[in-house]
Every structure is written in C-alpha cells, then in structure tokens.
Design a protein around this ligand. Structure first.
Ligand code: ZN
Length: 457
C-alpha cells in the first residue's frame, strides 16, 4: 500500500498554490543573496527572513508558508503506547466445568427425569431411574448379610460374628462402588427390601447440554447419559495469526463484543496460547477465561476481540507484571499477595516469577519507548523519513529514522530522533513534494532532478 497515492490528488492543487509562494520568495532570496538555490553545497542564510532550503534536506519556511501547508509539529517523547490486536473467536464451554453422568452399572433406563436439553439442574437433583439386575442382586446380598448378622447377635463366637460383619460391609461397599450414595445404602438396610429401580443424581449444578440416551434404552457401565455444563465460567477461543503472536501474552486483558449484545463490552484474561499452529488456518488458538455469572454469554457465540499490547522501548510487548505475586497456573485472573489455593479450581497458587508462561523477566524492567505520531514519517518502503524542527523554529531538517512497530496513533522509533525534539506531524508530504517539484534532493527522491511523476510510484 502506497500512502502517497491517497494524498496525491488534493495535495497537488495545494502544492501549486504553495509552490508559487515558495518559488516567489526563492527568487527574491536569489537576488538579494546572489545565492544559487539549486546548489546543495552551501547553506542558505537563515537570517534572510524569507524562505529557502538550506540544503537538499533542509528547508526554511516562513509563517505564511507554514500556514499554507497547515504545518504542525509534535514532540518526540517517551511514553507507554499500546498496539491494538484485533481477533475474532468463538465462545465455548469451560472444559473443566463439563461433567458427564454415566451409568455405573449395566441396565435399562426406565425413566429420564430430565428429558430435554437446556434444563438447569442443581447438584443432587434426581436425573435417571435405572433397572439393573446386577444392582438388584447386590442389594439382595446386602440384605442377606445384614439378616445373618442380626441372627448372630446372640452368638458367642466372635469369629463368626466378625466374618458376618465383614460380609455386610463388603456388600455395602459394593453398592457404593456401583454408584449408590451412603444414604441410599442405609435406606435399603433399614427397609430390608431391594429397590428394583435405582436413581442417579446430578453430580454438579448446571445446564444439561446433552442427552445421549432415551427412555427404555439399555446402557452399559460407562455409557454417558447426560452432559452437564456449568456456564458461570466460559472459555473464549480466539484465532491469532502469526503476525499477531508477538503481541499476545499470558495474563493480558481481552475486551470483546458479541452481536447478540450490541454496544456491550465483555472482558476476559488470556489463559493459554496454543503451542502449535493450525496448518490449515495458519492460526494459533488463544484461550481466554471469561466469567459469566449472569449466564448471558452462550457457547457458540461469535465475538470480535481486542487486546491492547503494551510496547516496551525494545519494541517488544510487555507482559503483565506479576512479580512477587501468587497466581493460579490455570486462572491468570486469580492473583493474590500470599500463597493459598485457587478459589475456582482449588489448585495451589504458585509464585508468578516461577511460571515459565510469563516469560522474559527483562521485559518488566523495560522503559517506555520513544515515539512519534504515526502521521510524522514518510515511508517509502525502504526508508522512513521525518522532518525535524531546528531550534530556530523556521528550519526543518529531513532525517532518516529507524521505525519500530506501529502502536495505534504512534510509531516506536529506534533511531534517528531524540527525546525532546519536534517533528513535523502534519505537512511532511507537502514539504517533501515541494522539494521534489523543484527538482531538489527530497527525501522521497534522494537523487534530485525534476520528478513530479514520482508521486505515482
Ligand atoms: Zn485456578
């Protein structure tokens, strides 16, 4: 993309106006000083009070000329700037908050209490009524064991009593392993009668997102009956292109919008950057932890997200600083001053400095970068040029600068200008084009010679 192409049309008309003024004065300087304005060797007398270039790369402008080209300058300064990274992605379930209800024993599903998906259940709600011959016989074993234990209460043989107690306990354990709760086992003992049906309860509260079985079907041990999702926390997967990767760090804040909620902004924290690239899409998945206590966000929603990557004086991204703080390796949003366990997942918090994910500690010491407005440099593809205001405020010197990354309305500058100098932030094109039109060595046309056509490159 050639930025000159955009500016070409309107600029040319203004330039013609500009040129008349500048060349007009040039003539008068030439008469007064007898100075060859086409030459590069000597410096124009800046005290003339008019305008003249001091060399091919310096230009002296009168106040009128400055007004005509609407010249503006800006300070070269050190400040924190952020590069905005825009990504798209999709809301998904938090995998750690998905639970499956499976059959612990083979049998026939006689009743599904929750018979369509989307229903909200609480932990402990009854979900399935199952007829299981295996469970039935295990219950009978327990009842027999308890009965014989009762009969032997009066017995004097401790060995016989002990062995009977042991077999009753083994029968209880078997039922528990088959998925019954202690309360259910106790009830069977008390009643002395086996249940033909066994009830399966919800292990967590949440939304039933999948129902894999219908009433009347037979299930084996391990067959999934329901999937329950806790939607109070979600994962957002963003697709990052290779060029986005240098700007993405674990722990960065992410702002995102979904079409379902116009004008609203949601937030999350980068919790994982996939360590490999998807060869097909050329993207890397970035996982973002999102709190969703009001359950408004839904898995499957598409979102557009932005990350403000703070840029250091090295031109690299500055990761969030967690030095000396404790953090959950799974939940970067959990940051504590002292050790403890994560309120979300229960993992032990670790000292952030020990997390390899947070990476380069030298980045934390990096200072703010030297920046200039993004409108200041003229970029030819190979070179970037700025016009720097000289102390006398009327002379502008063209200089080649080494640019770092662009960050919003700024460019990071690695070399060529110093803190405290002023650069032309508006009007550089016109200064440069004026030099070109008059066949001078301009920055865009460093070899000089008349080259109005050079605008169209
Ligand atoms: Zn955690």
């Amino acid at each position: 993309m050639n930025p000159m192409r955009h500016i070409n049309v309107f600029m040319m008309t203004e330039l013609l106006l500009c040129l008349t003024i500048l060349t007009g004065v040039e003539k008068s300087i030439a008469q007064h000083a007898g100075h060859d304005t086409q030459g590069h060797a000597s410096h124009a007398p800046a005290t003339q009070g008019g305008e003249a270039e001091t060399s091919g790369q310096e230009i002296l402008l009168s106040d009128t000329a400055k007004r005509l080209i609407q010249l503006e300058t800006a300070l070269v300064e050190r400040k924190w700037v952020a590069r905005e990274v825009r990504l798209v992605g999709k809301i998904d379930y938090d995998e750690t908050r998905l639970k499956h209800i499976t059959a612990w024993v083979p049998g026939r599903v006689d009743r599904l209490y929750v018979n369509y998906t989307g229903i909200r259940v609480n932990q402990g709600d009854h979900m399935v009524s199952l007829y299981s011959p295996e469970l039935l016989s295990a219950q009978e074993e327990l009842i027999q064991a308890v009965r014989s234990l009762d009969r032997l209460r009066g017995s004097t043989s401790t060995i016989v009593k002990r062995s009977s107690e042991r077999s009753a306990q083994a029968a209880r354990d078997k039922l528990r392993l088959l998925g019954l709760t202690s309360t259910q086992v106790g009830q069977i003992e008390k009643r002395g009668q086996a249940d033909e049906q066994v009830t399966i309860y919800a292990p967590i509260g949440g939304i039933v997102v999948e129902k894999q079985i219908n009433e009347g079907m037979y299930v084996d041990t391990g067959t999934e009956i329901y999937t329950i999702a806790d939607l109070s926390r979600l994962w957002l997967y963003l697709d990052a292109y290779e060029s986005d990767l240098p700007w993405i760090r674990y722990g960065q804040q992410v702002a995102f919008r979904a079409e379902a909620f116009p004008g609203e902004e949601f937030h999350g924290v980068v919790s994982f950057v996939q360590p490999f690239l998807d060869e097909r899409t050329r993207t890397v998945r970035v996982r973002v932890n999102v709190e969703n206590l009001d359950l408004r966000l839904k898995p499957g929603l598409f979102v557009t997200a932005t990350i403000q990557a703070q840029i250091s004086d090295q031109g690299t991204v500055v990761g969030p600083s967690y030095t000396g703080q404790y953090i959950c390796p799974m939940h970067p949003e959990v940051i504590r001053e002292a050790t403890g366990s994560c309120p979300i997942c229960g993992m032990n918090l670790v000292l952030a400095d020990s997390l390899p994910l947070l990476g380069h500690s030298h980045e934390h010491q990096a200072g703010p970068p030297l920046v200039i407005p993004a409108s200041a440099p003229l970029i030819t593809g190979k070179r970037a040029i700025v016009y720097v205001q000289k102390p006398d405020a009327g002379t502008y010197e063209g200089r080649t600068v080494t640019l770092g990354p662009r960050a919003g309305d700024y460019y990071v500058v690695k070399a060529g200008v110093h803190e405290g100098e002023r650069v032309v932030s508006s009007g550089s094109f016109k200064i440069d084009a004026d030099l070109q039109i008059r066949g001078k060595r301009s920055m865009m046309n460093p070899h000089g010679g008349r080259s109005v056509g050079a605008h169209a490159h």
